[in-house]
Design a protein around this ligand. Structure first.
Ligand code: BTN
Length: 247
């Protein structure tokens, strides 16, 4: 199939690359050089040093979507994590618009998307002084790692074989813009409410792996800033970073 150049909505400034170490790192370099404006979107067909959350690597062969968006949101740094949930909803909706009906997608805290029981997408939000945010999104379109700690899948594996990374980029950009505008105009409340409607494991027993310990409890909801509320025998605990597992 011939490669085509995707056409995101006009606000985005697309930087297309065949390969790069990490689109997040490339976006940061552009911001540092003063060469980039807000809504610059770095998209690469492959990454040689793709990164995931908590310093993990992100397998990045050709066929999947790897993109990083430069944003300069007018919000205090403490609220920036909310944009990860905005991105999660955009990925969820983008996938929903392209996969055959009947495939069940879920939001997994904090910003992953699952198809069935397996992870199909992840988000890596990083800050870049002064005031820049880099929103990195990876979606397993055609390929997925078979040795990931949390089981992974791809859109193709789940039956959406005709979908290409370019289609997914365009859909993600459209949905992200809509959700981002909603967040800017109405705040985190509608994002949080929508995310909770689609959340996997809500009101169920989960375990959460933190640095140096794993804790269990009931996934009772999200705090006003996106922290996970874990209801345990000793009371509620707010968790701002970790990996959750369903039991
Ligand atoms: C995770 O679930 O751990 C987050 C994965 C984020 C991967 C994307 S791919 C595009 C961007 N560039 C990177 O190096 N990482 C993010």
């Amino acid at each position: 199939m011939t490669a085509r150049t995707p056409r995101p909505p006009p606000l985005y400034r697309l930087v297309s690359l065949d390969a790069v170490d990490s689109t997040n790192d490339e976006a940061k370099r552009l911001a540092e050089d003063g060469a980039a404006e807000e809504w610059t979107l770095v998209w690469a067909r492959a990454q040689t040093a793709g990164r995931g959350r908590h310093g993990r690597s992100w397998e990045s062969p050709e066929g999947n979507l790897y993109c990083s968006l430069l944003l300069k949101p007018a919000c205090p740094p403490g609220q920036a994590a909310e944009i990860g949930f905005v991105a999660g909803l955009a990925v969820y909706d983008a996938i929903g618009s392209l996969v055959p009906p009947g495939l069940e997608a879920w939001c997994k805290w904090p910003n992953d998307i699952l198809l069935g029981d397996a992870k199909v997408a992840g988000v890596l939000l990083e800050s870049q002084a002064p005031g820049w945010l880099v929103l990195g999104t990876g979606i397993n379109v055609a390929r997925y790692p078979t040795d990931a700690e949390f089981p992974a899948t791809s859109l193709w594996e789940q039956g959406a074989r005709g979908v290409m990374a370019e289609d997914m980029l365009e859909a993600f950009c459209r949905h992200f813009l809509a959700w981002y505008n909603r967040w800017r105009d109405e705040g985190f409340a509608p994002i949080r409410a929508r995310w909770l409607q689609r959340a996997r494991g809500l009101d169920e027993e989960i375990s959460v792996r933190l640095v140096g310990e794993t804790v269990g409890g009931v996934f009772a909801g999200l705090d006003d800033d996106g922290a996970l509320i874990l209801e345990g025998l000793d009371g509620d605990r707010r968790i701002v970073a970790g990996d959750i597992f369903f039991t």
